[in-house]
Design a protein around this ligand. Structure first.
Ligand SMILES: [Zn+2]
Length: 230
C-alpha cells in the first residue's frame, strides 16, 4: 500500500525500487553508504561468509596488513563456527548479514526479526560478539526493518562500490573498484556465495590481491564511523 503510494506520488515505479534497493536510500531505514572523506583509508567489507575459502582471504589480508568487516550469514556461521572465530582472532570485524539470505521484500516485520535475530544469535554463539553493523541480503530494505534494527542496536551499512565478484573475472572487479578507492569509500566483495558450501571465490581472492597492491590502507567499518550508541 505504502509502496504504491510512493510510486504514485513520484509518478514512477523507479523511486519505489530505489527506496528498496538504492545504495543511498534512507527511506525504509537509515543507512551509511560511505564514510567521511577525510578518513585515513577505505573500508573493505565481505558478505556471505564464512566459507571454506575465507581462511585463504584472511592470509591475503594479513599479508597486506589490511583489516575488513565481514557480513556473515548465520547459517554459514553455524556450518563453520571456527572460521567465524578465525575472522575475529585475525583482528577483523564481524557483522550481521541475516541468517539464511532470503529476499526481504513483501515479508512482514516478524520475518525480518526472525532472520536478522537468527543471524545475531549465530554470531553471538560462535564468537561471543554482538555485532554493530547489519547489511541486508541483496541490499534490500523493507518496511518494518527500522524498528528491528533499533531493537537490536544495529546500524545499516550499504556500500560505495560493489564488485559483482559473484560473476565478473578478477581483472574486471579490480578495474571497477580502483577508481572508487577514495578515503571513506566502502567496498563490498563476497567471501562466500550465499549459503553454498565450498564456493569457488578465486575471482574475489585475485581481485582483493590486485586492489590491496595499489590501495590506501583498508580498515573495518567501525574505524570509519563513531558509534551513536557510545
Ligand atoms: Zn549477500
Amino acid at each position: 500500500m505504502l509502496i504504491a503510494a510512493i510510486g504514485a506520488a513520484a509518478g514512477a515505479a523507479g523511486l519505489a525500487a530505489w527506496a528498496v534497493r538504492g545504495k543511498s536510500s534512507q527511506l525504509l531505514a537509515p543507512a551509511v553508504w560511505r564514510g567521511p572523506r577525510d578518513a585515513a583509508g577505505f573500508a573493505l567489507t565481505f558478505d556471505d561468509g564464512p566459507s571454506e575459502s575465507t581462511p585463504r582471504l584472511l592470509n591475503i589480508l594479513a599479508r597486506h596488513n589490511a583489516r575488513a568487516t565481514f557480513f556473515v550469514c548465520g547459517a554459514n556461521v553455524r556450518r563453520l563456527p571456527s572460521v567465524a572465530r578465525e575472522i575475529v582472532a585475525a583482528g577483523h570485524e564481524i557483522a550481521c548479514h541475516g541468517d539464511v539470505h532470503p529476499y526481504y521484500h513483501f515479508r512482514g516485520a516478524a520475518f525480518l526479526r526472525r532472520d536478522i535475530g537468527g543471524g545475531m544469535d549465530a554470531i553471538q554463539t560462535a564468537t561471543g560478539i554482538t555485532p554493530r553493523w547489519f547489511r541486508p541480503p541483496y541490499g534490500i530494505r523493507w518496511f518494518g526493518m527500522r524498528p528491528v534494527l533499533r531493537e537490536l542496536h544495529l546500524e545499516l551499512a550499504m556500500w560505495t562500490v560493489i564488485g559483482r565478484d559473484w560473476k565478473l573475472p578478477a581483472s574486471e572487479i579490480a578495474a571497477a573498484i580502483r577508481p572508487e578507492l577514495r578515503p571513506g569509500a566502502i567496498v563490498c566483495l563476497h567471501d562466500g556465495r550465499i549459503l553454498t558450501a565450498n564456493p569457488n571465490i578465486d575471482n574475489t581472492l585475485d581481485a582483493t590481491r590486485q586492489i590491496l597492491e595499489v590501495a590506501p590502507p583498508a580498515f573495518t567499518l567501525s574505524r570509519l564511523f563513531v558509534s551513536p550508541w557510545e
